[in-house]
Design a protein around this ligand. Sequence first.
Ligand code: ADP
Ligand code: ASP
Ligand code: MG
Length: 410
Amino acid sequence: MGLIVMKFGGTSVATPELITRVARRILATKKEGNDVVVVVSAMGDATDELESMAAKISGEPAEREMAILMITGERVSAALLAIALNELGQPARAFTGWQAGIVTDSGSPLRAKIRRIEATRIREALREGSVAVVTGYQGVTEDGDETALGRGGSDLSAVALACALKADACEIYTDVDGVYTTNPRLVKDARKIRAISYEEMLELASMGAQVMQARSIEYAKKHGTVIHVRSSFSEAPGTVIREADTAMEAVVVRGIAYDMTEAKITVRGVTDRPGVAATLFNRMAQAGINVDMIVQNVSEDGITDLSFTVTRPDLKKAMDSCLLIQRDIGAREIVADEEIAKISLVGIGMRSHTGVAAKMFDTLACHGINIEMISTSEIKISCIVREAQAETAVKALHTTFALDREGDEY
Ligand code: ADP
Ligand code: ASP
Ligand code: MG
């Protein structure tokens, strides 16, 4: 018995029938004697649909207006869920982000950061015995402008509310029954992970594992909020995301993530002299473009190639910026390539084990997969490969690192 935050993702509330089903599940938790705060995502693909409607009207819509548009999906689902709960005889109150007191900064309306939560109205609702249903993915600035919390941001709403309300549990209900060693929809032998450290989940999420929003894990890590990821459609125990322990460190590779949302730009034939990279990447920074991986080739006769990756939505802006300075940096040619994938191995055990990179490169070589770029961190190795070979790469690496085999974790 306690206070439980339950978050339901888009697939879990995709239809009115599913919303009623979710309402029954909430009711069961409430009947066990718990106070319940629910966070919901937009129904099904509603957010994508809102985004594509705007794209039909404008190539570069203002972020402020995009935020107002994008957060409407969650209002529909929250209102419907509260209606469903009331229909089942359980008093419920729906709150938008601003009504729930989720205050954000104002720097980036589509990727706002939560500053604080003034949860007075939620507490009131709980005191009167109601379930509080809060729209995910949104907040309000000090000036009263509504903001979105970045794609997948309902996870962050749930974690931040759990933290602010000092909840006894933060449960993320989704369409898989936990965090797997890789996307179970791609690799059928992927295994459910019983417990994963914040650091590993953060890397996996940042490297493309969609199951949790990376920023929500950062928030949970900072505040020590334990997260339980589980299925909306079954009672099976899911995955606990929490602080690392020694048993976790014994596992070298915890999981594999892949990301097909990046593109590569190659600047060919630049003179190898001081200042070229500075000019290029200053230009990217000025244009507000995030650069991920960078590789510079060994120069021949003072001429070299420089490659880097950006997100696909930023590709056009990045190419335009490069073309503007092509003359200044003396580049012969600038080429864009959208057919790449980033494959990443993640595990805190990499800190104390060697040979992971070599084994990864060997496996890719054995399958005739060329590595175009490499980057590493203390607990991660990423390679850029052809997009068409990504599936083969993930499956092969999953087998090589025995992620499909019974281990300590499950
Ligand atoms: P929700 O709408 O509930 O927020 P998402 O679509 O954002 O759900 O995330 C769930 C999806 O994440 C799953 O359907 C699965 O395909 C994908 N996914 C990617 N990597 C993993 C992983 N390692 N473990 C579990 N699911 C993963
Ligand atoms: N509906 C938002 C999105 O699709 C937020 C979320 O689902 O978490 O990104
Ligand atoms: Mg999600």
